[in-house]
Design a protein around this ligand. Structure first.
Ligand SMILES: NC(=O)c1ccc[n+]([C@@H]2O[C@H](COP(=O)([O-])OP(=O)(O)OC[C@H]3O[C@@H](n4cnc5c(N)ncnc54)[C@H](OP(=O)(O)O)[C@@H]3O)[C@@H](O)[C@H]2O)c1
Length: 265
């Protein structure tokens, strides 16, 4: 049995990743983490449907101690099930800004807005890598493909980024907290790819843009998005899973669009 952990699984894209993995990969056990499991109604319904292959754990990604204790719990769980490690970790939790809307000008920038957006979008995923990296180095390479040379990988770490985090692609400005936090996340992915390439058990680490997806996060902007450019979470996750399934060690450290095209940093 393979093990996947989806961090930020209560709603939107994270919830859909859980649903997809449970529906499509009958040999994958899914650990879904979220801030408030009791009020994550759709995740709880999934648990009723898949009680033997889904475990829900409470985790706020802005709380380092909680990340550390959850990593210990997951280790016990894996060992209890005679599994060596984690095959896939998807850092999905994210926020546009505490106000729900990105800043349109400097006047709207605040220390509090920057701090909380960075805590969730950039620091949290890096701390997840710190505490769950060891589990990923013990994965069995269930996700991704063998490399063309002799290097093999154990686990895959996906950081859910956003195209607006690309510095070279920034044509409009604005959204200071969100853009900067996703650029920082991309740097974390690149750094992690270098550190995780050194060991014998390599971990592939990428940043991934899901497209513009019909979720709560993008809702305030839906009217500006052409209908054919606003994806359902089902479509976005289906295409992103194809990218994940096809990753090799050579892809590590890169930033990909939902359909596998590389995005320049
Ligand atoms: N939707 C898009 O068009 C789009 C485009 C580009 C990138 N993305 C990225 O895709 C990812 C998922 O976004 P989405 O569209 O699915 O957004 P969403 O529907 O608003 O869901 C956001 C998720 O993040 C969780 N979360 C927020 N802060 C958290 C924290 N401190 N600890 C744990 N969980 C936390 C939320 O949990 P609660 O239920 O507890 O609030 C929720 O599960 C994000 O990283 C986002 O930046 C989305």
């Amino acid at each position: 049995m393979g093990y996947a952990l989806v961090q930020g699984a209560s709603r939107g894209i994270g919830l859909q990743f859980c649903r997809h993995l449970l529906n499509r990969r009958p040999t994958t056990f899914v650990i879904a983490t979220c801030r408030q499991p009791d009020s994550a109604a759709e995740l709880q319904s999934l648990l009723k449907e898949y009680p033997a292959r889904l475990q829900i754990m409470q985790l706020d990604v802005s709380n380092e101690e909680k990340i550390a204790s959850t990593a210990r719990e997951v280790k016990e769980h894996l060992h209890g099930n005679k599994s060596k490690g984690l095959d896939l970790l998807i850092n999905c939790a994210g926020m546009l800004h505490p106000s729900g809307r990105g800043e349109t000008s400097l006047k709207a920038v605040s220390q509090e807005g920057l701090m909380s957006t960075f805590a969730t979008n950039a620091f949290g995923p890096l701390l997840m890598a710190k505490y769950f990296g060891e589990h990923l180095t013990k994965g069995s390479g269930e996700f991704g493909q063998p490399s063309s040379d002799t290097s093999s990988h154990s686990g895959v770490l996906v950081n859910m980024s956003a195209r607006v985090g690309s510095i070279s692609d920034n044509g409009y400005g604005g959204w200071y907290s969100y853009r900067m936090s996703k650029s920082a996340l991309n740097m974390a992915s690149k750094n992690l790819s270098i550190e995780f390439s050194r060991g014998r058990r390599k971990v592939i680490c990428i940043s991934l843009h899901p497209g513009t997806v019909d979720t709560d996060l993008s809702r305030p902007y839906h009217k500006n998005v052409p209908v054919d450019k606003l994806f359902t979470s089902e479509y976005s996750v289906e295409t992103m899973m194809k990218v994940i399934e096809n990753l090799t060690v050579e892809d590590s450290g890169k930033f990909f669009d939902f359909d596998g095209k590389e995005i320049p940093f």
